[in-house]
Design a protein around this ligand. Sequence first.
Ligand SMILES: *Cc1c(COP(=O)(O)O)cnc(C)c1O
Length: 389
Amino acid sequence: MSRFETDAIRINASKSIQREHSSPIYLTSSFTFDSAEEARQMFAEEIEGNIYSRYSNPNSSDLIQKVCAAEGTESGIATSSGMAAMFGSIASLLQQGDHILASRSLFGSTHQLLTRIFPKWGITSTYGDISDFQHWDKLIQPNTKMLFIETPSNPGLEIIDLEWAGKFAAAHNLILVVDNCFATPYLQQPAKWGAHIVTHSATKYIDGQGRVLGGLILGKKELIKEVEFFTRQTGPSISPFNAWILSKSMETLAVRMDRHCENALKVASYFEGNTEIDFVKYPFLPSHPQYELAKKQMKQGGGIITMTLKGGLARSQKFIDSLEMVSITPNLGDSRSIITHPASTTHSKLSVEERAKVGISDGLVRLSVGLEHYEDIIQDVERALEKSK
Ligand SMILES: *Cc1c(COP(=O)(O)O)cnc(C)c1O
């Protein structure tokens, strides 16, 4: 394979007899067979080919091949949303009685999966704190089968040492699953450090323009075979249109991420030390508690910044309402800058204590730094800080 940028552009799963240069959209539920015998052979997996779009489709294959090349993984499944990927990766690989060890700082819906949904089927989990890695082996139970982590975490921007996680999972015979949504494969490739499964919400940076939902489950062939059995039968398939959008977006992921990271670092540096803000957190600012670790495993710091405003809930809401350009919406990874107040929205289902444990205070706002000119982003934030005093 070639370099990241080239693969993301040049890998194409198929070309039709029309010899198109840009991939068409294959809006078809099923695929035809030349004969009854060919149908039998494909169903028996004696020959490869598309059968039905719940199983595979040229557009989803395109997307999977590109992201696999980017992540350095052998095989994958594309799903209808990021949460379908999180659910599918766990539900397909674990069974009743199994236990998951997870990092405490997880995406809100992933937290709901682990605490409210999987326990219904006898799959339990325990959270470990990143301040206390030396003691994680005490959290292992005889039935622990999976280590599930997110790094950087949403929205706390906590960094988990992937080298440590890979070794820990190997030592305890755990399946290591890493939600790589915030970093994208351009900034960090967890499989290099021993992750068995890498999951994505492709809705975020992989789309990059806030248009479609999508998810990915990537990893070693034999594990993905089990995931594929599960997804084929349960049907969280991605639509060909969404897969086409996301595959096209992969072509620009590297240039977009370069600019997201460049803008985010400039905005974070500008506001660090501002008297209206208690703390500006960004993985590539030396003030980030895990700056060295972020530098070790990430190419750049990503596009997300958090700021803890002075004045708690009232202040952060006034600040958000004072922004003129930055959008108020729960998405992230968009070309347009976005502000979110996690405590009252994405993480509102967590109790106050649960939020406190993962560093989500009422004054915390999450800024997804977009691709606008960085000076316009700074100006909008600065004006809103002034107006909300
Ligand atoms: C958004 C997000 C998800 C869920 O993805 P959807 O595409 O919205 O279903 C999972 N993990 C992280 C880290 C996310 O940011």
